[in-house]
Design a protein. Structure first.
Lengths: 194, 156
């Protein structure tokens, strides 16, 4: 690694460490070691250098400084596969940061815009508004930035608006990410009450 | 020793190619070369290593790579009885069959796992697989050391 590359990497890692830790969650840095590889790479995924040995379990939220990247879909001993937010199988519950309109972000594939479904016709949502996680999916903590609204259409005869959004994260350029681990696992919460 | 080094280089280049063109198997031509010139034990060892790489790097549940290389092995074995395994025409036909097999296997796995199936992207990958397979086979066959070919011919 050249001195210049090391300096750039340090800058990125410092930025990542500056990311505020949500309450009851612990963050851990991870390096992206591969993007889609091989004939079985049907899903939009990346590989990171953290696995079960370091506590990176399935459904661990993955972020970068710009916002949500996805969640861990499959975890090995020392590496994990991250399902990216633009994969057609990905679903993230969100709300508008300003107007609090709730919806669910669907991935539509690489290079495609995200679709925001189930935004009620009476809700208020504006082009340019940032969508943040609502925490309703039980995977992501509340308030993480996910996408920016690019188009809003109200159509007759439907209950919901047609909303499109752009991810805030530049996925092909990802090199380091943050994993968010629960400080208290949901199954432990009951024990705390008892 | 030479064989080990050659296959190591082939596998490393294959991984590099696969990260450059996701959705395409760069190891498949290696199986054709290995089956033709090497003992079956070497082909089995190589296939096990490639299955582990493909399954570990891919996003699907375990099984695709085993089915994929089993189909390739079957096509190569049956095809050898009917056609000359050293001809580019045979390998081009095999490339077309692999393109189709890639589509069917991915569709099967996506349905079983209830995953979205990106039709256009997969079709593009199938086309690439069909076109690249004979080209890669030709390159691998030409670059495979003559010394190793002779060893096989003598022992056969």
């Amino acid at each position: 690694m050249t001195l210049r590359e090391r300096a750039e990497a340090t800058g990125r890692v410092e930025k990542l460490l500056g990311f505020p830790e949500p309450p009851d969650w612990k963050r851990e840095g991870a390096r992206v070691i591969a993007h889609r590889v091989g004939p079985t790479a049907i899903l939009e995924t990346i590989l990171v250098d953290r696995g079960k040995l370091s506590g990176a379990l399935e459904d661990t939220p993955v972020l970068c400084t710009e916002g949500v990247v996805g969640r861990i879909y499959r975890s090995g001993f020392s590496v994990a596969t991250v399902l990216l937010l633009n994969d057609p199988s990905s679903r993230i519950a969100v709300v508008g940061r300003d107007n609090r309109a709730a919806g669910v972000i669907y991935g539509m594939g690489a290079g495609e815009q995200l679709m925001v479904k189930y935004v009620g016709l009476k809700s208020t949502i504006e082009v340019g508004e940032i969508l943040v996680t609502s925490g309703m999916d039980g995977v992501f903590p509340k308030g993480l930035p996910v996408a920016r609204v690019t188009a809003v259409r109200r159509e007759e005869g439907t209950l919901f608006m047609d909303v499109q959004a752009d991810p805030l994260v530049d996925i092909p350029r990802l090199e380091e990410v943050l994993l968010l681990k629960r400080a208290v696992r949901p199954e432990d919460a009951r024990a705390l009450w008892d | 020793m030479l064989a080990t080094l050659w296959w190591l280089a082939f596998t490393v280049l294959g991984i590099w190619g696969q990260s450059l063109l996701p959705g395409v198997d760069f190891f498949a031509p290696g199986m054709a070369v290995s089956l033709r010139w090497q003992k079956s034990g070497a082909t089995i060892a190589l296939t096990v290593a490639w299955v582990a790489i493909q399954e570990g790097a891919g996003g699907l549940a375990f099984g695709y790579a085993i089915l994929w290389y089993a189909i390739l092995f079957m096509l190569l074995t049956v095809g050898r009885w009917l056609l000359d395994p050293g001809s580019i025409q045979f390998q081009a036909l095999l490339g077309l069959a692999l393109g189709l097999a890639h589509f069917l296997l991915l569709y099967l796995m996506a349905v079983l796992e209830m995953r979205a199936f990106p039709l256009l992207r997969v079709l593009g990958e199938c086309l690439l697989q069909a076109v690249l397979y004979p080209v890669l086979w030709y390159a691998a066959e030409s670059l495979f050391p003559k010394r190793l070919k002779r060893v096989r011919e003598e022992s056969a």
